[in-house]
Structure formats: structure tokens, C-alpha cells
Design a binder for this molecule. Structure first.
Ligand SMILES: Nc1nc2c(c(=O)[nH]1)N[C@H]1C(S)=C(S)[C@@H](COP(=O)(O)OP(=O)(O)OC[C@H]3O[C@@H](n4cnc5c(N)ncnc54)[C@H](O)[C@@H]3O)O[C@H]1N2
Ligand code: MOO
Length: 403
């Protein structure tokens, strides 16, 4: 186990590994909420509503028939007859008044005519020319009253817009919505060993994989992602690629974050003017995580190990993107499950163990090496072990993050 010792260039108390929660708070403080823009409703799926919306009308806007049948007064008994004096369809109101002994043929969604207090479904009637006879009682009125769904002025609070929210907003008669601008994320992979998938790698080369996960995760969180060229492990190469990231809201690097001679991300970012916020976290995997501000953007330096990089993106990049888009509670949501195995006590770093949760029982994988993409791919949960968590027995309740 790596001891909690740091030789890195972190600004505040550089000898200390920062707790995950503190790192999260300091990261979110690096990036203000993005500006608001107005978009057509049809293009607003998954965007973050920036301000409350208020309904422009009642829904339904009138007392509406819930069934196909006959609108009439009172509570008719089987055997009673009524004269049909007209018809009401959806979008075609009957404008007269229904009197005693009268009825109007009505269809689902039509306004209930004045004078009617219920709709008898047609299955409970027998029609003979101009007349109907009631054959069975209806249990309810079959009328949806005006404003039953929502009233004019009803508020929809800011949220990430799901398809059903779009339908609700449309029904409120609102055609465009104020949303947070999408964050622009520049992704930089670093390392002399990296080649893109599909190339012809030498035996000592590695396929760059991290950026594909980071891009997909950030896009699913609403970002526009710019995949920048792989930066080689020289100051000049890294500087040149950093320059390409200007204009982004968030710059994400992967690799080169540790203490080796070729780990240049922090020194090069500093030479370009980065204000460092923190470096090194009491976290496993992902200890060498760096954050700061560069070129007016939030900079997040992820470790190179593929699993560390993806888990740190889950734990820090995605909350940052949610925060920038207005999510008031952007941290990952923890859930409870029962342990499927005994676990030894945890050490001085929070451990996010790759695990599978099935039917409420969570079991971490045997190997937790931070290079194993095949294990991460089988995992559907990160079992969260807090710093110093004591040994846990099978059946105890533990917390996890679904992934
Ligand atoms: N002496 C120490 N060595 C290391 C420490 C330490 O504290 N002291 N920390 C270890 C930990 S923990 C981690 S995590 C890694 C992180 O190192 P880097 O961020 O500098 O990552 P690299 O050295 O560049 O790469 C690590 C590993 O991951 C592969 N990699 C890198 N980028 C990609 C990519 N885009 N796609 C796929 N694979 C990638 C790279 O080839 C290496 O195998 O440092 C430990 N060392
Ligand atoms: O954070 Mo490294 O082992 O945390 O992969």
C-alpha cells in the first residue's frame, strides 16, 4: 500500500492526501455555472433547464370527456332514455346546452357540453335512431375536470429535461426553453507509448483507450467533446496540445500525472499559467488526480491507468459537468446493498471497488488492479469503502455507486 506521502506541487498543504469530499468541493469551486441560452423544445432533451417555467394555460383547458359515449345530466338508471341532440368531438365543441332528458354523442377528449355532469360509456347504452337507452350504470363521471393535470402558472423547477418533461412543457404551451449552454470539454491523452486504435502498434506501444470512455461519459452528461491529438512526453509537445484546448470550458488530461520523470502534465500546465487547486487524493484508484484553472477553464488531470482514469471521470468530471449545467446536487448518488463476501478493513484511501450488484447483493471482483479494463467492463457498481472503514462481514449493508 502506498503511504500517504506527497512530493507533488499541490498549493495547500502539499504533504497531505486530500479527502475525496474536499477535492470535490474544491473542484466545483473552480467552475461557475455556464451561461443560459434558449433552445427549441424539440432539441432540449437532456439539457438542463436554467429557470423555472410556468404553465401558460390549464390542462386540460376545459372539462374533457375521458371516454367515448353520451354526455348527460344526473345519474341515470338502467332503462332511462335520452334524446341525442348533437355531437361533441375532440377539437369540435358542442356549443349548446344539454337539458333534462337530452344527451350529446361525445368522444374522448371532447369538451363536456354545458348542462352535462357525466359521460355514460357507449358500452352501457343501446342506440335506436335519435334515442339511447341506459343498459348499465357507470361507476364514475368519466370527466377529466379542467386543470386536473396542472393549472395556469404551475411551475416546473430546473432539472435535466427528460422526454416526459418535454411533453409537459409542450402541454404548458411553451415552445422554447432556457437551458445552460453545453460545456465544451477538451480531452488530451498523454504518453509516448500511445497509438490510436486501428493503427499498427509496435510491441512496446499501447492503444489509447481512456479518451474513448471519457468522451462518451462527458457526452452522455451533456458536454460537447473535442478529442485533441495525443501529446507526446515532451514539454514542447504537451504545450502545443494544451494550446489547442484554449476556448474549452473544461480541459481533461489523462496520464502523466504521477511522479515519474516523464509525468509532465502538472509542470507544463503550471508553466502555461495554471493555478493549481489540488494534487493527490486519498483515493484508490486515482491518487494522482490534479485540478486547477488554465486558460479560463477548469483543468482536470486524470491518472493514466485506464480504470483510474475512468473512475476519476465518474467521480469528478461528471459531477463537475452537472454542476456547470446547474445541478444543485451533482455528486454521485450512493445506493445501499448487502455484501456478498467478507471484506478486510480499508486503508488510508477511500476505495472505489469494481463490483457487481445483483438483486441487492454486491460482490467486488477479486482483482482490483487499476489497469484491468476487462474487470471494469463486467462491473456495474463501485463499492465505496471510506477511509479507515473497518472489516465488513457478508450480509452487512454497504454503499455503492451504480455505473
Ligand atoms: N513512484 C510512484 N509511481 C507511481 C505512483 C506513485 O505514487 N509513486 N502512483 C501510481 C498510481 S496510483 C497511478 S494511478 C499511476 C498514474 O500515473 P500517470 O497518471 O502518470 O499515468 P502514466 O504513467 O502516463 O500511465 C499509467 C499507465 O496507464 C497507461 N495509459 C496512459 N494513458 C493511457 C491511455 N490514454 N489509454 C490507455 N492506457 C493509458 C500507460 O500506458 C501506463 O501503463 O502512476 C503510478 N505510479
Ligand atoms: O490511482 Mo492508481 O493505483 O490509483 O491507479
Amino acid at each position: 500500500m502506498t503511504p500517504p506521502v506527497d512530493t507533488g506541487p499541490g498549493p495547500a498543504n502539499p504533504g497531505k492526501l486530500i479527502p475525496v469530499e474536499e477535492a470535490m468541493a474544491r473542484l466545483l469551486a473552480l467552475a461557475p455555472a455556464l451561461p443560459v441560452e434558449t433552445v427549441p423544445l424539440a432539441g432540449a432533451r437532456d439539457r438542463w433547464l436554467a429557470e423555472p417555467l410556468r404553465a401558460h394555460r390549464d390542462q386540460p383547458p376545459f372539462d374533457a370527456s375521458a371516454m367515448d359515449g353520451y354526455a348527460l345530466q344526473g345519474t341515470p338508471e338502467p332503462g332511462e332514455t335520452f334524446r341525442v341532440i348533437g355531437e361533441a368531438g375532440a377539437g369540435h365543441a358542442f356549443t349548446g346546452v344539454i337539458g333534462e332528458g337530452q344527451t350529446v354523442r361525445i368522444f374522448t377528449g371532447a369538451p363536456v357540453p354545458d348542462g352535462a355532469s357525466r359521460v355514460v360509456i357507449q358500452e352501457n347504452t343501446a342506440r335506436d335512431g335519435e334515442f339511447i337507452t341506459i343498459t348499465d350504470r357507470d361507476s364514475g363521471t368519466n370527466i377529466r375536470s379542467r386543470g386536473q393535470d396542472f393549472r395556469i402558472g404551475s411551475e416546473l423547477a430546473p432539472r435535466r429535461l427528460r422526454p416526459s418533461d418535454l411533453a409537459l412543457i409542450a402541454a404548458m404551451n411553451i415552445a422554447t426553453v432556457p437551458v445552460r449552454r453545453r460545456p465544451v470539454v477538451a480531452v488530451i491523452s498523454t504518453g509516448d507509448e500511445l497509438v490510436m486504435p486501428g493503427e499498427d502498434p509496435r510491441p512496446d506501444q499501447i492503444i489509447a483507450s481512456n479518451s474513448f470512455a471519457i468522451k462518451a461519459m462527458a457526452e452522455a452528461e451533456g458536454a460537447e467533446v473535442r478529442l485533441l491529438p495525443i501529446a507526446r512526453d515532451t514539454e514542447s509537445a504537451l504545450k502545443a496540445v494544451f494550446e489547442l484546448a484554449r476556448g474549452a470550458d473544461v480541459i481533461v488530461t489523462s496520464g502523466g500525472a504521477s511522479v515519474g520523470d516523464h509525468d509532465l502534465v502538472a509542470p507544463v500546465a503550471k508553466s502555461l499559467g495554471m493555478e493549481a487547486a489540488f494534487w493527490k487524493i486519498a483515493l484508490r484508484p486515482g491518487k494522482p488526480l490534479m485540478a486547477g484553472r488554465l486558460f479560463g477553464a477548469a483543468l482536470l488531470g486524470l491518472p493514466g491507468n485506464p480504470v483510474s482514469s475512468i473512475i476519476c471521470a465518474e467521480l469528478f468530471l461528471l459531477p463537475l459537468l452537472r454542476h456547470m449545467q446547474g445541478d444543485p446536487a451533482p455528486a454521485p448518488r450512493l445506493q445501499d446493498a448487502r455484501l456478498g463476501v467478507d471484506l478486510p478493513a480499508n486503508g488510508p484511501r477511500s476505495h472505489y471497488m469494481r463490483a457487481r450488484v445483483d438483486a441487492g447483493v454486491i460482490t467486488p471482483f477479486g482483482s482490483q488492479d487499476s489497469a484491468l479494463l476487462s474487470v471494469l467492463s463486467e462491473a456495474n457498481a463501485l463499492l465505496v469503502r471510506p477511509v479507515g472503514d473497518p472489516a465488513r462481514a457478508t450480509g452487512e449493508t454497504v454503499r455503492y455507486i451504480p455505473i
